[in-house]
Design a protein around this ligand. Sequence first.
Ligand code: CUA
Length: 349
Amino acid sequence: MSRRMISTSSTAALVLLTTSCSFIGNEDAPLSAMNPKGPFAQQIDDLFWPVFWIAVGVFVLIQGAIIFSVIAFRDRPGRLEPKQIHGNNKLEITWTVIPALILAAISIPTVSAVFDLTECGDDAMTVNIIGHQWWFEYDYPDLGIETANVMVMPVDQEVCAIMTSADVIHNFWIPALNGKRYLVPGQETLLRLQADDAGEFWGHCAEFCGLSHSLMRARAQALDPEDWQAWVAEQQEAALVPDEGTPAFEGLQLYEQLCTSCHTVDYGEGNEFTNVRSDDLFHGPNLTHFSSRNVFAGAYLPIDGETYQESLESWLANPPQVKPGSFMPDLGLTQDDIDKLTAWLGTLK
Ligand code: CUA
């Protein structure tokens, strides 16, 4: 290898090393796996660091021995050919037994963590997570709540996520709360999630699942007990029908015409505007409390404050342009239609 190649490749390695280090514990890197915010992510982190340092120790020792041998025993003018030997049983047994012992020692906490992370605690709250192309659905069977894109959870409470997929294989990953786990059609997988403090945690689908995989994001929002109670109460309420003659009411009428084969809004039992879809059918997100979320479209578009109008307009005008392959088609809406629908969605708090 030429000197130039050596210096170029070592510079590249250094840059890679330092840039990856900058993500460790960095609050601006919401998908960092080095920033645990709950006991299960912490459990993985506690496993990672000792194994990492053992690996560093082994690396330094082995590489050091190689470099030392290369320099100390290199060919020099006048040196005789060294004695030729084949095999050394003592040495070979030593360097087989030591790694075997190291791996055995590492496997004990690893296997126990793997088993611990696959079984939910007795006091866990169940949330069913269903993967769709390209968004996550969250159902709270004990609370009668069905939502999408943002998984709201109470602080310091274990959530037992029971996960499956409605179409292809997805993978749910909120690095601050736990590792990745597959969502497989026709199967159930479990994932334990818990947050120590209130806050928002970003996630992403971690398995290639089609055209808009890169836009299939996830959010978890941990709330303090009071806020959690308020959220539950709000989500359990039916939506309010807007006053007749308002743009929002006209938006509701448009929804009735165009959207009810995929979407659901609960206006209360017996209300003429309530539409309940069958669970067996293809469906899009439940919109009953659409505007209580701060993101939509697979947690990709923000809808808090100023972004509300802009995001909704770009989405409603042509969903597949925002998310390639989106099953929500371009409905050919006029600006007037979009304004009415946006006004109506704003009433779904
Ligand atoms: Cu779902 Cu990638």
